[in-house]
Design a protein around this ligand. Sequence first.
Ligand SMILES: NC(=O)c1ccc[n+]([C@@H]2O[C@H](COP(=O)([O-])OP(=O)(O)OC[C@H]3O[C@@H](n4cnc5c(N)ncnc54)[C@H](OP(=O)(O)O)[C@@H]3O)[C@@H](O)[C@H]2O)c1
Length: 309
Amino acid sequence: MSRILLTGATGQVGQELVRSLAPIGDVIACDRARLNLAAPDTLKQTIYELQPDVIVNAAAYTAVDKAEQEPELANTINGIAPKILAECCKETGASLIHISTDYVFDGTKNTPYLEIDTPNPIGAYAKSKHLGEVGIQDVLGDRLNQYMILRTSWVYGVYGAGNFVKTMLRVGSSREELRVVTDQVGSPTWAADLAGAIAGFTVRALNASTTPPAAPIGGIYHVTNTGVISWYDFAVAIFEEAEALGYPLTVQRVVPITTDEYPLPAPRPAYSVLSGKKTAALLGDSLPYWRQSLRRMLADLQAAVPGHS
Ligand SMILES: NC(=O)c1ccc[n+]([C@@H]2O[C@H](COP(=O)([O-])OP(=O)(O)OC[C@H]3O[C@@H](n4cnc5c(N)ncnc54)[C@H](OP(=O)(O)O)[C@@H]3O)[C@@H](O)[C@H]2O)c1
């Protein structure tokens, strides 16, 4: 059985990965107490002891706005630590699967970003995640079957403290009117779909480590649900789907506003759409359409948290 070391096992994607990776091998699910990415000097010893065949790095500093106040910590966790994970992989022969973000782009394009497009991160979190990508490529760039960098976007799920869907459900059950930005567009991605796709990447990485494929399969991939919407349209869809499922809502109106009307500490890319063609070619299929996944997540959440019905 392959040994799969999972970091960030307590996160919204990490908790889904604990389940989706289980059929593939022995999952060594690490929380920050076992593997602390803020203490990069401690990582190598633990990893050598655990002897993984593949490392799936779902841990990250994800507080986008707070990162503006503590960029060094964000850089350590998102930038320096992934490079050390890559060094461990280089030394041991393990593969590395690392999750990255649409935020590595500045959002000035108006057609879906390709894996070969040049990043231009515009905030502290975005810069720290880009640093991680660069560090991994510095170490493993010439070993194209040994690493995969999976960029995703607008992630939400049943697990984890806060995400856009859970926030909308919370405020939509206490207020009548909500204001949501309409000039940022992207692809909402259900953590369960993402984790399923990551399991597919993991199988291919493990196979490639024993039987190198004719063409290298490593490198960068864009992994999101299909379809494009604004945060405003997403909020409206959340309420429509939640209402159909019987969620107790008080919201009567969702008002479209501009980013300028809702200032936040960290800048966000206006256009965050990632092309999924390369991923579909490798996995044999695209991820589902976003609305179908939203519906399934809301039903799962309702089943998991009885108070939502
Ligand atoms: N959420 C999004 O919209 C989004 C969009 C694009 C890309 N991504 C990327 O997707 C990946 C997963 O994100 P997520 O949404 O699952 O985030 P999340 O729910 O915030 O989970 C982050 C995980 O990282 C762990 N972590 C934080 N600091 C750590 C440290 N110093 N050492 C070890 N573990 C640490 C957390 O542990 P604790 O539970 O102890 O805090 C948690 O398990 C990340 O790489 C993120 O950058 C997310």
